[in-house]
Write a protein that binds this ligand. Structure first.
Ligand code: MG
Length: 345
């Protein structure tokens, strides 16, 4: 389904949509837009309308700027009858946090106890739905979320307007087992043995001017095995090596949290910890990336991050990846060949 084929509904108590939103929709070729001043009016309309809609609910959110990749949201929501946009928020006081399963089904929405959550997904008042299905979930009072049919799609919510017409693919890399041999809780430079086959893959993306990022779970920090400073020191050394090899990684993101084994301020629920996609969403706040043409390379099931539409490539290594729903390879060399083919097209 394409954005241009949708009926776009806007709920606004002013009876008109803010100009930044109308301009954006116009620039994306959206023609069929209608504004409703309250839920009752929308219900009235939907009861006689049959089709797929996109809804911006600005009631109480009049100042919200939708700096998001709308084409991407629509494309990822298309297989579902009832989908909502979610965004990652780093504010640990946000409530409630939405939890999703590996199929993006919303499984719970909890007001977590104080100090349990450090960051997480929250609802954005943007919906994609089949009108018949949505009618069962909306009344003059508002929208009802108590249903297992709701799908929640995590989206980047950039701090400033990004030009998605120029978006490019990107490569996301796990660190241990992909860039260097995984010896378990590696944090000293002396322990780093590079997996050389990864370098030409990074180079291939560099040559295309497509960004490359590292996303690494570092719960060793949270468990008190080493410090954040150790990771910074190690990554600085690794970046020096990469520079000498004339290859470039835009950002190195790590997540220090672990809810079960973590101690002190690191014993927190964080969507940055993979398979959460918080680290990727943080990056996507700054880069206009075509996620549907992007790749994540990892060696664990948890590297299948919850980012709709990304292609995950897993290498058989130290971990059980049996039954994963990703493409599985015997070596990084095989991944190189695969990516070369993909990128050609
Ligand atoms: Mg790994």
């Amino acid at each position: 389904m394409e954005l241009q084929d949708l009926k776009v509904c806007i709920l606004s108590s002013y009876g008109s949509a803010p100009s930044n939103l109308t301009n954006k929709l116009e620039s994306l070729g959206v023609r069929d837009t209608e504004v409703f001043i309250n839920y009752s009016e929308l219900v009235k309309f939907l009861s006689t309308y049959e089709g797929t809609c996109l809804l911006f609910d600005l009631l109480g959110n009049e100042n919200l700027r939708f700096n998001i990749d709308l084409d991407y949201f629509v494309s990822q929501a298309t297989p579902f009858r009832l989908a909502q946009a979610l965004r990652w928020d780093s504010n640990n006081e946000i409530r409630p946090i939405v939890e999703i399963d590996s199929d993006f089904r919303i499984i719970s929405e909890e007001v977590s106890p104080e100090n349990e959550v450090i960051d997480g997904l929250i609802r954005l008042p943007l919906y994609f739905f089949d009108s018949k299905e949505f009618l069962r979930h909306i009344s003059s009072e508002g929208i009802d979320f108590k249903d297992e049919n709701w799908i929640g799609l995590p989206l980047a919510f950039p701090r400033k307007e990004l030009s998605y017409s120029n978006k490019t693919p990107a490569l996301f890399l796990d660190r241990d087992g992909v860039i260097n041999i995984d010896k378990g809780y590696v944090y000293k430079y002396e322990e780093i043995i590079y997996i050389e086959e990864i370098f030409p893959i990074i180079k291939m993306f560099n040559d295309k001017k497509w960004p490359v990022f590292v996303l690494t779970n570092q719960s060793g920090i949270g468990q008190g095995k080493y410090q954040e400073a150790d990771v910074h020191k190690l990554h600085t050394k690794m970046i020096e090596d990469f520079t000498k090899k004339d290859i470039k990684i835009e950002e190195w993101q790590y997540s220090p949290y672990h809810f079960d084994k973590g101690i002190r301020e690191y014993k927190r629920l964080s969507f940055t910890r993979k398979p959460g996609s918080g680290m990727a969403l943080k990056i996507l706040e700054d880069y206009p990336i075509d996620i549907e043409r992007s790749f994540m390379i990892g060696d664990k099931k948890t590297d299948q991050i919850l980012l709709p539409g990304i292609t995950t490539l897993l290498i058989k290594g130290n971990y059980d990846i049996e039954g994963s729903n990703s493409l599985v390879f015997n070596s990084i060399g095989e991944i190189h060949n695969y990516l070369e083919e993909q990128i050609k097209n």
